[in-house]
Ligand binder design. Structure first.
Ligand SMILES: Cc1cc2nc3c(=O)[nH]c(=O)nc-3n(C[C@H](O)[C@H](O)[C@H](O)COP(=O)(O)O)c2cc1C
Length: 214
């Protein structure tokens, strides 16, 4: 199935973001495969993997797409999760947006744990805050601390006001109003005042490393 990435959906005909980004040598020394490698047999095919994404505005979908290209594996939207028997997979990765500190799809993944014993399971939380934001360790601990079976990761997504639902837009407006009244929150306020895309394929290096471990 051809997944339309966020960039393809927003700019049909312009080509996917993935198609515009060349293979990258990362600071950590991993050679990211790049989109062209998706059709080749690569180094991550030893285990059967699947990436599932739950995404409202496309950022987690973009990360899922990139991961699937790197790992040469299937990528599945959350709404189709029941079509798939997860017990057939060795590595299961969920990507999902962060909404008020909660990761989309994570409760569902936690409920699947009893039937997924012995498998390698990861969850990639995608929020608008930059990696290393104040309180990130606490936030990650709240999400994943109670479930050591799930390896948690964080990747920066972005904000897309154009494709946000009315309720989410209203919540962001309320948050901006609160920040406006607080001292020292100017930078954060500016950061969430307009749409931006903070995604980077490079942020997935730790996830790819984890998935490649035997
Ligand atoms: C109502 C609302 C609440 C949000 N809460 C958080 C949050 O707690 N932490 C965060 O980093 N980002 C938060 N965000 C930003 C989203 O996580 C961000 O836009 C993300 O990239 C969305 O991913 P998706 O398009 O895959 O759903 C929030 C956005 C909205 C609209």
């Amino acid at each position: 199935m051809k997944i339309r990435t966020r960039a393809e959906r927003l700019h049909p005909g312009a080509g996917a973001v993935t198609a515009m980004r060349p293979a990258q040598n990362t600071a950590e020394g991993i050679q990211l495969a790049g989109p062209e490698a998706a059709t080749e047999k690569g180094g991550y095919t030893m285990k059967k993997a699947i990436v599932i994404y739950r995404s409202k505005t496309g950022f987690s979908q973009q990360y899922a797409q990139w991961l699937a290209e790197e790992l040469h594996c299937k990528v599945l939207p959350f709404r189709e999760r029941k079509k798939e028997n997860l017990e057939e997979y060795d590595v299961i990765i969920l990507t999902g947006g962060l909404y008020a500190g909660q990761m989309a799809g994570l409760n569902w993944l936690k409920k699947q744990l009893p039937s997924l014993r012995g498998k390698r399971i990861a969850a990639v939380a995608v929020g608008c805050a930059p990696t290393g934001f104040p309180g990130q360790p606490e936030s990650m601990n709240t999400l994943f601390g109670g479930t050591p079976e799930i390896q948690g990761f964080y990747c920066q997504g972005g904000l897309d006001y154009e494709h946000m639902g009315a309720a989410d837009r209203a919540m962001m407006a309320a948050l901006r109003a609160v920040l406006k009244r607080q001292e020292g929150k100017q930078e954060m306020l500016e950061g969430i005042s307009r749409s931006f895309d903070g995604t980077s394929r490079e942020y997935l290096v730790p996830v790819i490393r984890w998935a490649a471990q035997a």
